[in-house]
Write a protein that binds this ligand. Structure first.
Ligand code: NAD
Ligand code: DAU
Length: 362
């Protein structure tokens, strides 16, 4: 199959799914500000992980529209494609927390597999009549689909085979396969990226870094799974977004791109680093919160190590992360400590009233 470069009209109309979540909200803000000629439609179901307060600063931008909707709801998707003439999709909507997937795998299949397939089918229905000219379905995925590496066992690349272990990664792997199948079967222009762990502002405090910052602030236990020896490759969320921008505009149709921070940390080491910065910023004695660390029963099926080799993205598209880990993690801790109201609202659930207050009846 021959690969084409992607080409967009300068007034692209594109749909972001899951734009009220962690990465999605950074992505929406970045595109709304950087590309005033694009019309950006953010479709989000507003599950517990979706929070419109993340987008307060751009909610009235002329090139931005929020739509409350579920990617599993075919009729809603058809209305959106018909009404707005969507010509590309950046698909982030998903259930994303591994621990939740252990407790409720079916919810992950519904959103991540059925939802992605529903979206693909609607896009195909609207785009195939134009022979997919100028169209793109960009699927945002995770490095977890590749399984787990040994501590000294090399890196994930675009050529690695899929070997998911958790219900979450199995559902994301399945969604990746469906996206690729639409390329192979129907010639739909697609691109997929698989990224490592993101950190930064607005991440729901069930994930390691915001959960631990919040717990340190409240002097609560820090539950370290197993021995804390698992390794993750951390990337500042804005650097993920800049990679998505490049891939969206310059990637090659049908290809996969791996995105990573070249920044591997053992959990226990990154936890100690977060404790040290948080204690310092809270004016506590250095290391005061180390006593909060509690080693707890390991996550079932806990992948030992993720690490990405992103040479392809660097070589072909010239991507480089702009944050050093020192700068990124400090900025991240500062954000959570300076935005305690945000943390309190999401932990109490109050943020879920924001849609009713701001959008209902508009
Ligand atoms: P998140 O959990 O913070 O946000 C997910 C968003 O999707 C929420 O706004 C939620 O309301 C929305 N959503 C969920 N189900 C929906 C449905 N049925 N219809 C419409 N919207 C729905 O997720 P995130 O961490 O920002 O991740 C975004 C994407 O990036 C996911 O696809 C995830 O697999 C992928 N990813 C995440 C990371 C990471 O470290 N967070 C790394 C690599 C890839
Ligand atoms: O690699 C990309 C993935 O990163 C994304 O696809 C997922 O959506 C995202 O949730 C993230 O998955 P992880 O499972 O790696 O992230 P999490 O923050 O849940 O955990 C990071 C590591 O910390 C992991 O090894 C488990 C451990 N952990 C996590 C929590 C919440 C703990 O030890 N204690 C905890 O309380």
């Amino acid at each position: 199959m021959s690969y084409k470069k992607l080409k967009f009209p300068s007034n692209s109309l594109f749909l972001v799914t899951g734009g009220a979540g962690f990465i999605g909200s950074h992505l929406v803000r970045y595109f709304v500000n950087k590309y005033p000629n694009y019309s950006i439609f953010n479709l989000d179901k507003l599950t517990y992980a979706g929070n419109l307060e993340n987008l307060k600063d751009i909610e009235n931008a002329p090139n931005y529209t929020f739509i409350k909707g579920d990617i599993c709801d075919r009729d809603t998707l058809k209305k959106v494609f018909e009404k707005y003439g969507i010509d590309s999709v950046i698909h982030l909507a998903a259930e994303t927390h591994v621990d939740r997937s252990v407790n409720d795998p079916l919810e992950f299949v519904k959103t991540n597999v059925i939802g992605t397939l529903t979206l693909l089918q609607v896009a195909k229905e609207f785009w195939q009549k134009d022979n997919y000219e100028g169209k793109l379905f960009y699927h945002i995925s995770t490095d977890e689909v590749f399984g787990s590496l040994d501590l000294d066992g090399g890196y994930f690349t675009e050529d690695c085979k899929y070997e998911p272990h958790s219900p979450y990664s199995a559902s994301k792997a399945s969604s990746d396969h469906f996206v690729r199948s639409f390329y192979d079967t129907y010639k739909m222009p697609i691109v997929i990226s698989n990224c490592s762990n993101n950190y930064g502002p607005n991440q729901f405090p069930e994930k390691l870094i915001p959960l631990f910052i919040n717990n340190i602030r409240h002097n609560r236990d820090l539950p370290v799974y197993g021995k804390g020896e698992n390794v993750r490759d951390w990337l500042y969320v804005e650097d993920h977004v800049s990679a998505i921008d490049l891939i969206f505009h310059k990637g090659k149709i049908g290809e996969t791109y791996c995105i990573g921070g070249k920044n591997e940390w053992k959990n226990i080491d990154i936890i100690k680093r977060v404790i040290s910065i948080t204690d310092e910023l809270l004016g506590r004695e250095s290391g005061a919160s180390l006593k909060l660390i509690k080693f707890v029963t390991d996550r079932p099926g806990h992948d030992l190590r993720y690490a990405i080799d992103c040479t392809k993205l660097e070589r072909e598209l010239g991507w480089q992360p702009s944050y050093t880990f020192d700068d990124g993690i400090r900025k991240c801790v500062e954000w959570y400590l300076n935005n305690q109201e945000w943390l309190d609202q999401v932990t109490s659930g109050d943020y879920q009233n924001y849609y009713d207050k701001m959008y209902k009846g508009r």
